[in-house]
Design a protein around this ligand. Structure first.
Ligand code: NAD
Ligand code: DAU
Length: 371
């Protein structure tokens, strides 16, 4: 039976990938390993764990004995490696964990997979998918062409540098040891289950709670927004049909600056309150509850140090080689995402208590309002 190990499967993209994998390849055995950091949440996986359709292991990818044991028990034919420290702002205030997990953890996982596949004779048929980011390519100017798979590596944040190092390690294992690996570099994901430290869920939740919407700098920074369902479909295409040794860029084709993204979130929430006046009782502090616009909450604050100006992805290789294309338009995907957060209040309320409050104070407390 084909058997896949999904690392970081309790994170945002990981949870979505577990569900997408079950739907696309129901015969496969799925094992999730996740160290259950602050970013993890297994609530959406609980039904699958309870009915035995996936196995969940609370553990660290940097623990070679654990990973070796999992390979012995499950004879994985696929590894989808998503476990990482993923938030740029946290990498600026506390970079060490990023080197530990993203670099050393990836190295330990590669070593364990290589040893297991050599022993089992699966090196020719197995596949290791390393999920990376467009941030390894650095920042684009407004008129620069989008990143291709051959764009030079120019990471600027500790997060991006750690992901770049992990990509280099994967390539070194491919060339030196014949590791059957593939790399994907994707743009900003959004959708269900995203931790509210990231731009889109943070702005949705702050708006609902009537808190300031803190846009860094002048809000002209541009990201290419990729719906997580499109990303997961592309990951499955790449691991199953991509050529080992290759890199594939994945992008949403939805470039937007942060001002426009936050404005659209506000307009979407305003429209939800008009359509469902009962939301006013659930979220009385939201300006939309009294007929005002959430845009009144927008504030510009001290910029992120080294803030990359623009990311854009040329995903033509993915489309040409694998026929894989993203289909979710940004306005539609964003409206879906706003509705998801409205419908999953308990999920985000659990996360936004405790450690999250300390993070908000640490990351936003020092930021002066610019205007
Ligand atoms: P996330 O922070 O939501 O989830 C990461 C998961 O990894 C968490 O569940 C965490 O507990 C787990 N983890 C952390 N350290 C671990 C360790 N040592 N051992 C085992 N598990 C560990 O991140 P995400 O947004 O889901 O991103 C997943 C992957 O995709 C990451 O590799 C990230 O770099 C990459 N990526 C994300 C985006 C994005 O927009 N979210 C874009 C490009 C690339
Ligand atoms: O490009 C892919 C990357 O996208 C992934 O590799 C990272 O794991 C993921 O976190 C994301 O990184 P960003 O730094 O682009 O995402 P973030 O949501 O933190 O910020 C998006 C943009 O919004 C960025 O320009 C910074 C800005 N921002 C962010 C926050 C949290 C704000 O203006 N205010 C905020 O409060």
């Amino acid at each position: 039976m084909p058997s896949v190990l999904i690392t970081g499967g309790a994170g945002f993209i990981g949870q979505n990938l577990v569900h997408a994998w079950r739907a696309a390849r129901p015969e496969d055995r799925v094992v999730v390993v996740d160290a259950m950091t602050y970013a993890a949440n297994i609530r959406s996986l609980e039904p699958l764990i309870n009915d035995g359709s996936i196995q969940f292991v609370n553990g660290d990818i940097g623990d070679p004995a654990l990973i070796q044991r999992l390979f012995e028990e499950h004879a994985f034919t696929r590894v989808a490696h998503l476990a990482a420290e993923s938030h740029v702002d946290r990498s600026i205030s506390d970079p060490e964990a990023f080197l530990q997990t993203n670099v050393l953890g990836t190295f330990a996982l590669l070593n364990a997979a290589l040893a297991a596949w050599r022993t089992s004779g699966l090196l020719d048929s197995a596949r290791f998918l390393h999920v990376s980011t467009d941030e390894v390519y650095g920042s684009l100017g407004p008129a620069d062409p989008a990143f291709t798979e051959s764009s030079p590596y120019r990471p600027t944040s500790p997060y991006a540098a750690s992901k770049a190092a992990s990509d280099h390690l994967v390539r070194a294992f491919i060339v030196t040891y014949g590791m059957p690996a593939l790399i994907t570099n994707c743009s900003n994901n959004y959708g269900a289950y995203q931790h509210p430290e990231k731009l889109i869920p943070l702005m949705i939740i702050h708006a609902l709670e009537g808190k300031r919407l803190p846009i860094y700098g002048d809000g002209s920074n541009v990201r290419d927004w990729l719906h997580v369902s499109d990303h997961c479909a592309a990951l499955i295409d790449v691991i199953e049909r991509g050529r080992t040794g290759e890199t594939y860029n994945i992008g949403g084709g939805n470039e937007r600056n942060n001002r426009d993204v936050v404005g659209l979130i506000c307009d979407t929430i305003d429209a939800c309150f008009v359509a469902s006046p009962a939301l006013g009782q659930r979220f009385p502090s939201c300006p939309a509850a009294s007929g005002a616009s959430c845009r009144t909450l927008i504030g510009y604050v001290t910029d992120r140090p080294g803030h990359d100006h623009r990311y854009a992805i040329d995903a033509s290789k993915l489309a040409t080689d694998l026929g894989s294309r993203c289909s979710v338009g940004f306005e539609h995907g964003l409206a879906q995402t706003v509705h998801w957060y409205l419908d999953h209040e308990t999920w985000w309320r659990d996360i936004t208590s405790g450690e999250y409050k300390a993070w908000i104070e640490k990351n936003y407390g020092f930021r002066a309002a610019v205007y």
